[in-house]
Design a binder for this molecule. Structure first.
Ligand SMILES: [Zn+2]
Length: 201
């Protein structure tokens, strides 16, 4: 495992500058890092849930809180205690064959464990179950640490009426960053940097 594929994480102690856009505080917020910002209620129910995958849950100190958008002129209640939760620093790899993944030329996966590369398009998301240790919430190795959950986690999330995350079914999660172009066509048209590099060699 190359480790490049997990995305970056912030280390504790955590100091957060928060921007609130809704008229309420959500229970979970995805961060730019491969971590989750969670509420006290989420943490307490998670601790009792028997679910697996989140480790190292640390208190987050709110340094600043800015109200934006529809929350701008609202009288919000005091912010409840908040935490940052880290999914296990291992993850689950994608079955690129079944997912029908195409990569940018020259940016195909080189690590057979993580199978991380720059994706040009993907028809759906099929995980390689042999790389899954049974955790209910985990990182997706092949797309840089993005967080995914299993059905049990989602059911628990829905049963507790948590807010802040919208789930997409893995098999419906398609992406296409170069509509109508094959990897070769994309390369010929747009990969000026790579071509210049090649010419210079
Ligand atoms: Zn790797």
């Amino acid at each position: 495992m190359c480790g490049l594929s997990l995305g970056y994480v912030f280390k504790p102690p955590y100091f957060v500058d928060l921007e609130v856009y809704r008229k309420y505080y959500t229970d979970v917020t995805e961060m730019v890092s491969a971590q989750l910002f969670i509420s006290q209620r989420f943490k307490e129910l998670y601790d009792r849930s028997g679910l697996r995958g989140l480790v190292e849950i640390h208190r987050a100190e709110i340094e600043t809180l800015r109200q934006c958008g529809q929350a701008k002129r609202m009288q919000l209640p005091p912010m409840p205690d908040s935490y940052i939760a880290n999914p296990q620093p291992i993850g689950v790899a994608t079955d690129h064959k079944l997912s029908e993944t195409e990569f940018y030329l020259g940016r195909e996966p080189t690590c057979s464990y993580c199978r991380y590369g720059s994706i040009l398009r993907q028809n759906c998301f099929v995980l390689d179950e042999s790389t899954w240790n049974g955790d209910n919430i985990f990182r997706l190795l092949s797309i840089g640490g993005t967080i995914a959950v299993d059905q049990n986690f989602k059911d628990w999330f829905d049963d507790n009426h948590f807010t802040g995350i919208k789930f997409i079914r893995a098999e419906e999660d398609s992406r296409d960053y170069a509509p109508g172009l094959t990897p070769q066509q994309y390369y010929d048209r747009y990969s000026i940097y790579e071509k210049k590099k090649k010419e210079a060699e």
